[in-house]
Write a protein that binds this ligand. Structure first.
Ligand code: UT7
Length: 333
């Protein structure tokens, strides 16, 4: 039985990335770009691209299955499934319901959350709060899954070089022996900046028409330089605030898992927070920006590579369309 003071831990974690690799060299044959430009401006070398039939729900289900196995649970023990995605399989039903069916989870509350690249941190606070809120939920499956290749304009070099596909998942559970687990969250949003990163078409304000498709309204649009500046500002602020409110100095953080969007953004955060780059876990050179999947894929790889030790304090920090942002503090158990 939980109480508002119980702690919530990540009991299991898993990820999935598609097999197909798209390198910078291959991209430079598709649009007017170069490996050198992409590497020096972003840190990305390649990204994964989902094949036909691979979707947010299929990738999410594989990542989730791995997380459930890592947790040592059976699907019957999952009673909450929440998916963060900006590329759901379809507007409805939710991708969470589709994952539920694929995994045979028979008795769970399922819904999606849309907070773009900050989505996974939103899920951690939401899942944690629902678990702590009472006796109803025992184990929450939280998943970030994206098929961004499906909303990219493959003729727009300013966006198509940045993103990739993949999924990451975690099982959240109430700690049985009082470990710290998920300690604190600082989430935020500013809808006045919604026009710096968005997709105009496909919703009720602009349903698909022949004109909307010809005008490219169903592709992701971004003002990259503005997003860059806002990202650095909000990530630094939320991270600095969470450290201060928990009376932590930068040297007490063993590992930072940042949203993997751009190496230069991460380097700026490192300088501003006074946490050396060696303590940041990076995998963006392999996957590019996978939006809501970025942090859980990185967390899973950090864990599986032995980078995370029991007792380590981990800072996660993200920003994304909305604008949304967040920082989260966790002790690895
Ligand atoms: O999860 C949130 C997702 N969004 C982001 O993380 C994006 C944040 N922003 C960024 O990462 C960077 O702003 C970009 C990587 C998108 C762009 O880097 P930048 O250093 O801000 O470049 P810029 O937009 O100022 O463009 C510099 C030049 C321009 O040419 P001119 O006007 O100087 O002649 C662009 O047209 O680079 C050109 N350019 C490219 N050249 C080769 C833009 N994209 C490319 C490209 N290849 N792919």
């Amino acid at each position: 039985m939980s109480s508002p003071t119980s702690s919530v831990i990540i009991k299991g974690i898993g990820s999935f990335t598609p097999e197909k690799v798209l390198t910078n060299g291959e991209l430079s044959e598709m649009v007017d770009t170069s490996d050198e430009w992409i590497r020096t401006r972003t840190g990305i070398r390649e990204r994964r691209i989902a094949k036909e039939g691979e979707t947010a729900s299929t990738m999410g289900a594989i990542a989730a299955q791995r997380a459930i196995e890592d947790a040592g649970l059976s699907v019957d023990e999952i009673d909450l499934v929440i998916v963060a995605t900006i590329t759901p399989d379809m507007p409805f039903p939710s991708t969470a319901c589709l994952v539920q069916t694929k995994l045979g989870i028979s008795n769970a509350v399922c819904f999606d959350v849309e907070a773009a690249c900050s989505g996974f941190l939103y899920l951690l606070e939401l899942g944690s709060s629902l678990l702590k809120g009472g006796t109803k939920y025992r184990n929450a499956l939280v998943i970030g899954s994206e098929k961004l290749s499906s909303i990219l304009d493959w003729e727009d070099r300013t966006t198509c070089v940045l993103f990739g596909d993949g999924a990451g998942a975690a099982v959240l559970s109430i700690s049985e022996n009082g470990e710290d687990g998920l300690i604190d969250f600082r989430l935020g949003a500013d809808g006045t900046k919604s026009d710096v990163l968005y997709m105009p078409g496909g919703g009720c304000s602009l349903p698909a028409t022949i004109d909307s498709i010809e005008d490219g309204k169903h592709f992701l649009k971004m003002r990259g330089r503005e997003v860059f500046k806002l990202a650095v500002k909000v990530m630094e602020q939320s991270a600095a605030e969470i450290l201060e409110q928990n009376n932590l100095s930068p040297d007490q953080i063993q590992c930072v898992i940042p949203h993997q969007a751009n190496l230069r953004i991460i380097e700026s955060i490192s300088t501003r927070l006074n946490i050396p780059m060696e303590r940041f876990f990076l995998n963006l050179e392999k996957y590019g920006n996978t939006s809501a999947a970025s942090i859980p894929i990185a967390l899973d790889e950090a864990y599986r590579s032995g980078r995370l030790k029991s007792g380590d304090l981990i800072l996660m920090v993200a920003f994304g369309a909305g604008l949304t942002w967040g920082a989260s503090l966790m002790r690895w158990c």
